[in-house]
Design a protein around this ligand. Structure first.
Ligand code: PXL
Length: 270
């Protein structure tokens, strides 16, 4: 089987393999596409938490992006952990040079164990510049609260925050409802003219490390292969839901999900 598309991942490395660029590569590969990478930081961590973060120099991040993409042109880009203002500036410069049409941004802020993966200055520029340059942003509830200043306690607040992000210049927003204390998980997709609430079963599991990275990579893969951004969100959510359900239960803390669960989705995806 040949890869269906080529995706550039700009994100951090997770040594435990469940989140970050490792989750991205596994997701993209298991859904049948090819992954190129630009690593923004190396984290040292296990399922119990992040021990340290080693940043990669902003210029070296830009060089990874440009050098590899000039040779193998990506169909789409997935952006994850961007820890500082200078990293975001270099990513913005790179996007301008590459002119790739399909871009998904997961505004990564905090790891499952609570470690901060971005600083305040960076959040400012992410909000003022980067969200306008991408097709979709996929914040979870704490990230959406941080980006909008809106306290989110229910579905109505999620819709309010998503509308605020559209006003701020985002093209499409998917706010993930997993942090709310509800019976089912409700994720809200919204743009200027459309709203869709995706409802999924909640699996009570401690093994949800890397769900955000996995979801945004799955969405990018479906989007890169010609699905609409809304359909790509629906398929990505299904992929993550089934990855949680079939998690391998590794490690003593927040364990990884199962990236090898793509079989059912694949037949739909043809
Ligand atoms: O899940 C967010 C995330 C993103 N990127 C890296 C991470 C994590 C969480 O641990 O380590 C590199």
């Amino acid at each position: 089987m040949k890869p269906k598309s080529k995706i550039l991942i700009i994100a951090g490395s997770d040594s435990s393999g469940g989140a970050g660029i490792q989750a991205d590569i596994k997701t993209i590969t298991s859904l049948g596409s090819y992954a190129l990478t630009a690593i923004t930081a190396v984290t040292i961590q296990d399922t119990l938490g992040v021990r340290s973060v080693i940043p990669i120099k902003p210029n070296d991040i830009k060089d990874q992006i440009i050098y590899s993409s000039k040779d193998i042109k990506p169909d789409a880009i997935k952006i994850g952990m961007l820890h500082s203002k200078n990293v975001i500036k270099k990513v913005l410069e790179s996007l301008k040079i590459l002119r790739i049409k399909k871009i998904v941004l997961d505004p990564v802020m905090v790891a499952k164990g609570g470690a901060k993966l971005i600083n305040k200055e960076a959040i400012k520029i992410l909000k003022s510049s980067l969200i306008k340059k991408v097709d979709l942003i996929t914040p979870n509830i704490p990230e959406a609260e941080f980006l909008t200043g809106i306290k989110i306690d229910n579905k109505e607040d999620m819709i309010l925050a998503a509308n605020q992000l559209i006003k701020d210049g985002a093209k499409n927003v998917l706010i993930k409802g997993g942090h709310l204390n509800t019976k089912k998980i409700e994720d809200i997709f919204l743009n200027k003219t459309d709203i869709k609430i995706f409802v999924s079963k909640k699996h009570n599991s401690n093994n949800t490390h890397g769900t955000g990275c996995t979801l945004s990579s799955a969405i990018t893969t479906f989007f890169s292969c010609g699905k609409s951004i809304k359909k790509a969100c629906e398929l990505g959510i299904k992929y993550v839901n089934s990855a949680i359900l079939t998690n391998p239960n590794y490690g003593k803390g927040h364990g990884p999900i199962n990236h090898l669960n793509s079989i059912k989705i694949k037949s739909k995806f043809k």
